[in-house]
Design a protein around this ligand. Sequence first.
Ligand SMILES: O=C(O)CCC(=O)C(=O)O
Ligand SMILES: [Fe+2]
Length: 298
Amino acid sequence: MKFECQRLSDPIGVEIFGLNLTKPIDEKIIQDIRRLWLDNNILLFRNIDWTPEQQISFTKNFGKLHIMPQLSSVLPPNLTTHPEIFIVSNIKKNGKPIGFKAAGWGWHSDGEDKHIPNMGSMLYAVDVPNKGGDTGFANTYKSCEALPQEIKKNIVGKRARFSRITMHSINYPSLPPLTRKEKLERPDVWHPIIRTHPETNRECLFIGRWAVEIEGMPADEGRDVIKELTAFTTKDDFIYIHKWKIGDVILWDNRCTQHCAVPYDGEEGMRYLLRTTLEGDLPYYKNKGEKQVCSYLA
Ligand SMILES: O=C(O)CCC(=O)C(=O)O
Ligand SMILES: [Fe+2]
């Protein structure tokens, strides 16, 4: 079995054609796909029509699956038949949401607010509106490389504090505040802002919507730098906006990619995306071959 591929956009991504993803795939082909994934941050497959089992099996080719904890008591859990699948949707049944519509509003990488962020994620578009509901992807290798020296020297080897507790009501205004128990389950974490990718050894910018403070900087200066880094990494030069079609599957590497759902009003039609998520490992920054700065819990 052979496949073909084509660049998705200048900044990021490759589209892969000619593979049947509903059947087990040769180890050699998986290695080739992984190489493309590592080199291009995101992979797009089109016209996929698969069952949750098939999505789960295909995702497992890339690592161990992560099961998303329930985000809030007002949201449904993951797919009840398949807890490995998290639902992103604007659909309501009997007045209740069947998934989390605003899960991805605001630039982020999945799990960035956890001690061990997620390695990768895969979204499958089951239903999409005719207009709106796009998703942006930013290549944080490229933004890191292009970062002006005067900004870079200020953050290299430093960590940022990522806080679910501080940012929950700002990032998820539609959800009730965190309970005491939820706060205890989501302690703050410090991650290196410039992160060495564990497979490619390349440097990328690791910042996002849960970051609130920078090591060794006064609080307001840290917040300004986070804003500046976010604006920089999501410049047109580094991003691609995907307009979903039914049957699209995108696998992205959370270690070197940020993503963001472009907010939409939901009047345009139903949006139903199913996500599988991969476990990751502890972020670090390597200098001269040595792991110098690792993440730690606050
Ligand atoms: O709704 C989207 O486009 C993205 C959702 C998201 O951030 C995610 O599933 O990780
Ligand atoms: Fe996300």
